[in-house]
Design a binder for this molecule. Structure first.
Ligand code: EPS
Length: 390
């Protein structure tokens, strides 16, 4: 499976073309819309989210509610486009219009792609960079991830993204009885956090940051249950599934680090307190007595739940200005902006859920014959049985 995305933040639409989804998977727009709506929620989003009501239009690869095996094309319109038709127009400008628009951006924002992206592509209007580097693009990554998630759900694999930390407020270790409970409680929290007390404190921290014209980051976690053991590979560096997931998490806008299981804490513990003892019983087959490694050994799944964390830096678009240099005059200025989110960590946990789902579905479809969904399902069932008795 692979996908590409296209589209600018204030352009007409976002598009993704997804290849390699098995034929025969039930898929409807609502499967995707539900996740688009989840991404848009969250305390701390700015005014743009009141403008957008993201809905997908499936324009290829699906017939009568079932995938065809052909590329799936998904489109999400930008409602804000109507305010930007001139500035972001597709047609060349008429003589004199350039001056009329007067929205050329020559002031790179610290922490954004603006300056480096301008240098790379030779854009002296930095809007050409920021329009694409914007996290608006994660909308269609969530759409592609929703297709992957549908496939996983049909195979009995559940993926949940939630928030562990915002602006230094840490949630208690979530003590859910089932992944469904984690999902339900998280869904009710305006910051997608299982711990209701911490949720309130996180919201206060976001409001406080907003008042000060600042932004705050945090830590998200993706939990996965139901992944069979032995998915991924140890034989080549670029086939290791944990490495692919690390890349996927790091590709989310503003993400700066990733951990599996105990993560960086492993540096402070002896091996006997890090590795998980192996056990076997009739009902489960092989399992680990603990899950400190977060569901991966040797680049492959162990069959235990996956625990993947990612850290998001505070959004760099600040009302509180930081100093930067104008690329036309080379003079120092204080960067200021019109609108921004003060915290997008809750939304980012939905994006993390989507990109992890994508990598898992991709790994399964690569490891097993996957032209037909029913065949893939059968093979995975056989593999589960085989691994249990191995
Ligand atoms: C973003 C800036 C804001 C966010 C946007 C990401 O948009 P605008 O520049 O239009 O105010 O709202 O996020 C989204 C549009 C979205 O769908 O998540 C940025 O600079 O990354």
């Amino acid at each position: 499976m692979r996908y590409l995305t296209s589209g600018e933040s204030h352009g007409p639409q976002l598009t993704t073309i997804i290849e390699g989804v098995p034929a025969g998977l039930p898929l409807q727009a609502d499967d995707i819309n539900e996740n688009l709506a989840r991404r848009q929620k969250g305390h701390g989003r700015g005014r743009r989210m009141q403008i957008e009501k993201d809905r997908v239009n499936i324009v290829g690869g699906v017939r009568h509610g079932t995938t065809l095996g052909s590329p799936i094309a998904l489109v999400v319109e930008n409602k804000d486009w109507k305010h930007w038709t001139k500035i972001m127009g597709i047609e060349p400008l008429e003589p004199g219009e350039e001056d009329e628009i007067k929205r050329k951006i020559s002031r790179p924002r610290p922490g954004h792609a603006d300056l480096n992206g301008g240098m790379k592509y030779g854009h002296r209007d930095l809007r050409n960079v920021l329009e694409r580097s914007s996290a608006r693009e994660t909308t269609v990554r969530v759409a592609a991830g929703a297709v992957a998630q549908k496939l996983l759900n049909q195979l009995g694999i559940n993926v949940v993204g939630h928030v562990l930390e915002i602006g230094g407020i840490k949630a208690e270790e979530p003590n859910y009885k089932s992944i469904q409970e984690l999902q339900e409680v998280t869904e009710e929290s305006p910051v997608r956090c299982f711990d209701s007390e911490a949720s309130q404190e996180m919201m206060d921290a976001i409001d406080n940051a907003k008042k000060k014209g600042d932004s705050i980051g945090g830590v998200v976690e993706v939990v996965v249950e139901g992944m069979p053991a032995g998915i991924g590979s140890y034989v080549h560096y670029d086939r290791k599934l944990d490495a692919k997931i690390a890349m996927a998490i790091m590709s989310i806008n503003a993400f700066k680090g990733v951990e599996f299981g105990l993560g960086f804490e492993m540096a402070r513990k002896p091996g006997s307190e890090v590795h998980d003892e192996i056990a076997w019983n009739d009902e489960q087959g092989y399992y680990r007595k603990t899950n400190r490694l977060g569901g991966f050994e040797g680049g492959m799944t162990t069959g235990m739940p996956l625990h993947i964390k990612g850290v998001m830096k505070p959004i760099p678009t600040l009302y509180k200005p930081l100093k930067s240099v104008d690329i036309e005059s080379k003079e120092t200025f204080e960067a200021s902006i019109e609108r921004s989110d003060s915290c997008a960590v809750p939304s980012a946990s939905v994006v993390a859920e989507a990109v992890v789902s994508w990598e898992l579905a991709k790994a399964l479809t690569e490891q097993f014959d996957s032209d037909r969904f029913e065949r893939l399902k059968e093979l995975i069932e056989q593999h589960r049985q085989y691994s249990k008795e191995f």
